[in-house]
Design a protein around this ligand. Structure first.
Ligand SMILES: Nc1nc(=O)c2c([nH]1)NC[C@@H]1CN(c3ccc(C(=O)N[C@@H](CCC(=O)O)C(=O)O)cc3)C=[N+]21
Length: 294
C-alpha cells in the first residue's frame, strides 16, 4: 500500500473543536446557544443511530439540540406544521429533516418549506441556486466535508482534473459545483456514462458517490490521485456479521492512489462535523450577519 490514509475522524474532531470555540464566542455575544432541530419521521434503525450521534455532537459543541421524533404514519400536513413552527422559533438556527422520509410524504414539499436561512443541510432550491451562482448560502454537509478533506490534503485545487461519480442532489451535483468553484476541470459520471473507467483514469481527484459497494476498481485509479469515498454500504461479512464498505475497492485503490479516505472513518464523520459548522454559521448570520472563520 502506498496511499496516505486521509483520517476523516481526526479532521472532523479538529473541525468540531473549532466550532466549539466559535460557539463559545457566540454564546458570550448573543446570550444564548446556537440551536439545531433534527426531525426524524419513523423508526428506521440506521436513521435513529445518525440522529442520536448528531444530537450528542450538538451538545458536545455547546449547542442546543431539539430532537423531534414523529411516528411513521405522520401526515405531510403535520410535518409541514412542525417545520412552520421551527421556522418561527427564534431559538432554532438550523433545521434538519432526516432523509429518507416515509413514501407517503412529499419530500420536495417538506424540504422547500424550510426557511432557506435555517437550511443547514443545504437542500432547499434557494441554497442550490446560491451555490451554483457563488452566493453565500448553505452547502450540503457531505460534499462540504469532502472539499475540506481535499483542501487539507492537496492545498490548491486549481487546474486539477476532478471526476465525480454519481449525480445525486445530495452529493454528486453539489460536489461538482464546489470543485468547479475551486477551478477544477470537472466531469460528472453516472449510470449512463459509457466508460466510467476511462474518465476515472484521467482524474487527479476522484469522488465516489454511487452507492454501489466497490464499484470503483483499483486499476481505474491514476497513480498518485486523491480518492474520496462517500459510499457507506452495509454488507454481510463472511463471519455472518455486518460490515461497512465504500464505493471504492479500498485495497486495490490504496495501492496506486496518493491519498484515500477509508470507510468508515473518512467522509462520514466530516458530514456530521460540517452540520455543526453550518449550524454555527446559521446562528451567526441570523444574530449579527457575521461569518465565522471555520
Ligand atoms: N437530512 C439529512 N441529512 C443528512 O446529512 C443525512 C440524512 N438526512 N440521512 C442519512 C444520511 C447519512 N448520514 C451520515 C452521517 C454520518 C455518518 C458517519 O459518521 N458514518 C461513520 C460510520 C457510522 C457507522 O458505523 O454506521 C463513518 O463513516 O465513519 C454516516 C452517514 C447523514 N445523512
Amino acid at each position: 500500500m502506498t496511499a496516505m490514509i486521509i483520517d476523516g475522524k481526526a479532521h472532523a474532531a479538529a473541525l468540531r473543536a473549532r466550532v466549539a470555540d466559535g460557539v463559545a464566542g457566540f454564546v458570550a455575544a448573543a446570550g444564548r446557544k446556537p440551536g439545531l432541530a433534527v426531525v426524524l419521521v419513523g423508526e428506521d434503525p440506521a436513521s435513529a443511530v445518525y440522529v442520536r450521534t448528531k444530537t450528542r455532537m450538538t451538545a458536545e459543541a455547546g449547542m442546543a439540540g431539539f430532537e423531534h421524533r414523529l411516528p411513521a404514519d405522520t401526515t405531510s400536513d403535520d410535518l409541514l406544521a412542525l417545520v412552520d413552527r421551527l421556522n418561527a422559533d427564534d431559538t432554532v438556527d438550523g433545521i434538519l429533516v432526516q432523509l429518507p422520509l416515509p413514501a407517503h410524504i412529499d419530500e420536495r414539499r417538506v424540504l422547500t418549506r424550510i426557511d432557506p436561512d435555517k437550511d443547514v443541510d443545504g437542500f432547499h432550491p434557494v441554497n442550490v441556486g446560491r451555490l451554483a451562482t457563488g452566493l453565500h448560502g448553505f452547502v450540503p454537509c457531505t460534499p462540504l466535508g469532502c472539499l475540506m478533506l481535499l483542501r487539507a490534503t492537496l492545498g490548491e485545487l486549481s487546474g486539477l482534473e476532478a471526476v465525480v461519480v454519481g449525480r445525486s442532489n445530495i452529493v454528486g451535483k453539489p460536489m461538482a459545483q464546489l470543485l468547479l468553484q475551486q477551478s477544477c476541470t470537472v466531469t460528472v459520471a453516472h449510470s449512463r456514462t459509457r466508460d466510467v473507467a476511462a474518465h476515472v483514469r484521467r482524474a487527479d481527484i476522484v469522488v465516489a458517490a454511487v452507492g454501489i459497494p466497490h464499484f470503483i476498481k483499483g486499476d481505474w485509479i491514476k497513480p498518485g490521485a486523491s480518492v474520496i469515498d462517500v459510499g457507506i454500504n452495509r454488507i454481510a461479512k463472511e463471519d455472518g456479521g455486518a460490515g461497512l464498505v465504500g464505493d471504492v475497492d479500498f485495497a486495490g485503490a490504496a495501492a496506486v492512489a496518493g491519498a484515500i479516505t477509508p470507510v468508515p472513518g473518512g467522509v462520514g464523520p466530516m458530514t456530521i462535523a460540517c452540520l455543526m459548522r453550518n449550524t454555527l454559521v446559521a446562528a451567526c448570520r441570523r444574530v449579527c450577519a457575521a461569518e465565522p472563520e471555520l
